[in-house]
Design a protein around this ligand. Structure first.
Ligand code: KG4
Length: 371
């Protein structure tokens, strides 16, 4: 079965073509030359990973196209929702065309369309979700609405060595910081979540304060390599004993106060040490709460997902703690940590197998029912 998946929950327009295990597809046809990438809009920050064999038996990623909007939002230091929706409208058609083209298929070959239904920015979601429903309607094929979190929770299966069920998953991105039990491909139990800022949001806000640009995570983690993680004792929000919730707004305020004190004294803030110490405070809490969740639930494995999961310090510390505790740690390649449509195809496939498909009037949602 061949799935076309579309993701537009935030500031990445993404499309992927993935073949599912039940039919080794690529029908014998030459008609795909009909599909040409439209030249309406050049793709921004075009990323692709092609023809990758997923670790789940029989899945194959035939194309995985991501067009990001960094240049649209960079000067605002964060995402501007209306600009995001408009940029999705420009990108959706070329991105889908490119995904089909690189997969070497046409719409006639697609058996099912999967699209992110929520959570996210509703204006952004509606572009991809409505595009997917309309396409499915005119092609007379089923359409599946996928929860973005479900995609991240399964994204570890896009790489080699996935965990066995059940496992503990930490999803950390610009909009979420949550812990889940993943019971199987379609059943997820929430264990904890942020009470205020998401981890990625904290990275972005600290970067904005230090005038480092947007998105903040990659630049902070690079600068942190040159700083000392114990230079500034920023607070760790452990919350109540054994709590699996997170809180990052106090840490962010602490960085603001530290920088203001430097500026009042007329000394330049030690940016590299601030980045290293801030990152360490975020990473320590994420790692320790994830290990606690895993042990509490007697799981043997931890999986990471979301943009912040590409943070090298987080990946390193999680691996070390996992080894110490005898837990296996599974971290997707960075291209599958960030928002992508391949993970939506995977989650959509399993939903489709259970007969969960959309009606034409089904709506997008901003908050995940899973959380
Ligand atoms: O999952 P994602 O691509 O998109 C959404 O949140 O929708 O995550 C983006 C977030 C941004 O906040 C970005 O600053 C953060 O992930 N991020 C990182 C790193 N790379 C991206 N945070 C810390 N370290 C990184 N290396």
């Amino acid at each position: 079965m061949l799935i076309l998946a579309i993701e537009s929950s935030c500031d990445d327009t993404a499309a992927a073509v993935v073949s599912g295990p039940d039919k080794e597809t690529l029908p014998d046809r030459t008609g795909f030359s009909k599909v040409t990438a439209t030249t309406m809009t050049p793709l921004r920050c075009y990323k692709n990973s092609l023809n990758r064999q997923c670790s789940v038996d029989g899945f194959r990623i035939k194309s995985n196209i991501i067009s990001s909007q960094f240049d649209v939002h960079a000067r605002f230091g964060g995402i501007v929702p209306e600009l995001a929706s408009r940029a999705h409208i420009e990108a959706i058609r070329p991105v889908v065309d490119q995904a089909l083209l690189e997969a070497g298929v046409s719409l006639d070959d697609i058996d099912c369309i999967a699209a992110t239904r929520g959570p996210g920015l509703v204006g952004s979601l509606l572009v991809g979700f409505t595009f997917a429903k309309a396409l499915a309607l005119v092609r007379n094929i089923p359409c599946v609405g996928v929860d973005h979190m479900a995609g991240h929770l399964l994204s570890t299966f896009l790489d080699e060595h996935p965990p066995g069920f059940p496992y503990t998953a930490l999803i950390v991105s610009g909009g979420n910081s949550s812990l889940f039990t993943v019971e199987d491909q379609t059943h997820f139990q929430p264990l904890g979540r942020t009470r205020d800022d998401a981890a990625g949001e904290a990275f972005d806000k600290v970067a904005k304060l230090l005038k480092l640009g947007y998105p903040g995570g990659p630049v902070i983690s690079n600068l942190a390599l040159k700083g000392a993680p114990d230079a500034i004792p920023f607070p760790r929000a452990w919350l109540d004993k054994n709590s699996l919730d997170f809180s990052f707004s106090g840490l962010k305020t602490s960085v603001v106060n530290y920088v203001n004190r430097c500026r009042q004294k007329g000394t330049p803030p030690p940016v590299e040490d601030i980045c290293a110490s801030f990152q360490e405070a975020v990473v320590e809490v994420l790692v320790e709460k994830t290990v606690l969740a895993c042990k509490k639930n007697k799981h043997n494995a931890i999986a990471l997902g979301g943009g912040v999961a590409s943070n090298s310090r987080l990946r390193e510390r999680m691996r070390i703690r996992g080894e110490q505790e005898g837990l296996s740690v599974h971290v997707p390649s960075p291209i599958y940590c960030t928002d992508n449509a391949a993970m939506i195809a995977l989650a959509g496939y399993y939903q489709f197998q259970q007969g969960v498909v959309l009606n034409p009037d089904d709506d997008a949602y901003s908050r995940s029912p899973l959380n």
